[in-house]
Design a binder for this molecule. Sequence first.
Ligand SMILES: *Cc1c(COP(=O)(O)O)cnc(C)c1O
Length: 387
Amino acid sequence: MGLDKRIFLSPPHMGCEEERLVQEAFESNWISPLGPQVEAFEKEMAEYVGVNGALAVNSGTSALHLALRYLRVDQGDIVFCSTFSFVASANPIVYQGAVPVFIDSECESWNMSPSALARAFAHYERMGKLPKAVIVVNLFGQSADMSAILRICDQHGVPVVEDAAESLGATYHGKASGTFGKFGVYSFNGNKIITTSGGGMLVSDDREALTKMRFWASQSRDLAVHYQHSELGYNYRLSNVLAAIGRGQLGVLDKRISARRSIFQRYYLALSNLDGFMFMPELANSLPTRWLTALTVNPLYAGISSGEIIEALAEENIEARPVWKPLHLQPLFKDCKYFPHTQDKSISEQLFKDGLCLPSGSNLSEEDQDRVIKCILTVMNSRGTKK
Ligand SMILES: *Cc1c(COP(=O)(O)O)cnc(C)c1O
């Protein structure tokens, strides 16, 4: 028996305008780097999320790196960072020669725990060494509890960088996720809610800061006809062709959000009453995009583990994945300090043990989603679920 068509976790989903805009870039012969599409993309992004300015770069990782350098993160400094995330959230700390300190999640949002953050600040305040910055990650399309987090960071005068790579389009108290910190970072990697195949955006209300970072991102070229450089720079800018794709994608972002939220709703209706199944909660006063439908499966009640569900789906040619492995558990960061939610309770480790992400692409058809749901129900039945 042949396998059914593969169902991916979160594949790209192009709209109708992207090809025309790329064509425009070709016709004007603005292929790379930079050009009018980049400028328009920056302007449209800034308007969409409601900030003064935006800087288009070649990845979300580059955007984070620029933000940390601007905040003078340097050799021997420490930076607090959400532990429950993709490695790209913390790597730029190390690029700057600084050391990450990892902060656990809370149950309400799965994102940074304000109480773990407060304990970390108390600890480092006693040592007389505050972090240079706090990187707050907004996972799976949901904002962290930014009011509580900003209150703590403001008390200590430490700036926040929001890693909103996964939360473009989400809101918190009616305001766009990624616009709460000094800097916000979005990603247009192939698996994100909108994509340019690869790319990122740095947003801020501080136009002067963005100008400085734009300079660094284009090899720090001084104002001179000859190539002169007084500062270290990078080749971090986004190409004009990819910005054209980004503009088309931004035009359909709201549609992508409602599609992903509907997909979540269908999973929720079909699976939320199964014993041991718990979907990622929706934080009060926030509207997540449900970039990925994420849930935990407690094997004690479900009679099956999240890993076994992922395997069963893989056998049906369906891509599901574990949630992010906490960064403090990564071999790369094994020597870094970690502050759990409470002294003896680590939420991110529990989420990692039981969590999984289901196929959530905005182009997932109802038929394909039914295949995913049926496969899960079948494997549950075959295990003789406890009632
Ligand atoms: C995708 C992602 C990034 C990195 O973005 P790139 O554009 O791939 O460099 C950073 N943080 C999180 C949480 C991400 O999911």
